[in-house]
Design a protein around this ligand. Structure first.
Ligand code: ADP
Ligand code: MG
Length: 226
């Protein structure tokens, strides 16, 4: 066994996550957990598919220059994924820390918006943009947990990605009023910086302002239909 476990970081429904060492380097092991209510064969197939998808999208987005963990090993039969351990603190801790100033929160959420836009520009939605799945390390935002990520071109999927973050900021961090607005500012500014939304193999990526408009539509829909 080359992974030397050090500390359990998280026991989720889908995976058990440990920090440790991989050939002497700080690493994270995600071990898929069997879900007893599903048929074992089906369960294994679904779990394997997710893990391969997570590894594939981490590799793809890292190649595109995003700050996501490197993939070091994938044992899909054994349901294990070994990735680079990234530094920084989860956004949830930063936003819940009473020492965090409004100015800091604003600048971090602006950078988060930029990181999400960079992800979207490579035709990828995260699928689970909670404040647990975003790490803040000084001026760098790392995105982790690509288990629900997917390749998309439809504006609705990008809008939903932002909406998940919007709901979490409102529900878990209500003390930061206007938090989503700072995210959106950063999301739109990234496009200013990087140029028009790219056209890739699978089609055109919706522009940042199209995604923003769609987020507003989704919010209205949710408000009226629950
Ligand atoms: N590459 C990593 N670097 C640092 N911490 C990580 C890394 N991957 C996961 N973690 C920590 O472990 C937690 C659970 O991992 P995650 O990939 O989100 O699994 P789950 O699918 O169970 O949510 C994260 O919220 C984070 O605190
Ligand atoms: Mg997670």
């Amino acid at each position: 066994m080359v992974f030397k476990p050090h500390q359990r970081l998280h026991l989720g429904a889908e995976a058990e996550v440990w920090s440790g060492q991989w050939f002497g380097r700080p690493a994270v092991r995600k071990q898929r957990r069997p879900r007893s209510w599903r048929h074992p064969n089906l369960d294994h197939r679904l779990g394997v598919r997710r893990m391969i998808s997570e590894a594939r999208l981490l590799i793809r987005t890292r190649k595109a220059g995003l700050s996501v963990p490197s993939v070091w090993d994938l044992d899909y039969e054994g349901g294990q994924l070994i990735i680079e351990h990234l530094g920084g603190r989860p956004l949830i801790d930063v936003l819940n820390d009473s020492a965090t100033t409004q100015k800091q929160a604003q600048s971090i959420l602006y950078m988060v918006g930029g990181a999400v836009r960079r992800l979207h520009r490579v035709a990828t939605t995260h699928g689970d943009l909670s404040s647990n799945n975003i790490l803040v390390e000084e001026d760098t935002i790392h995105l982790i947990d690509f288990g629900l990520a997917s390749i998309e071109y439809d504006v609705e999927r990008f809008g939903i990605d932002l909406h998940v973050l919007d709901e979490i900021l409102g529900a878990s961090h209500p003390q930061w009023k206007g938090a989503i607005d700072w995210v959106i500012e950063g999301y739109l500014a990234a496009e200013e910086e990087l140029g028009p939304a790219p056209v890739l193999q699978g089609g055109a990526i919706p522009s940042a302002s199209e995604v923003h408009a769609r987020l507003e539509d989704i919010r209205t829909r949710v408000r009226y239909h629950g």
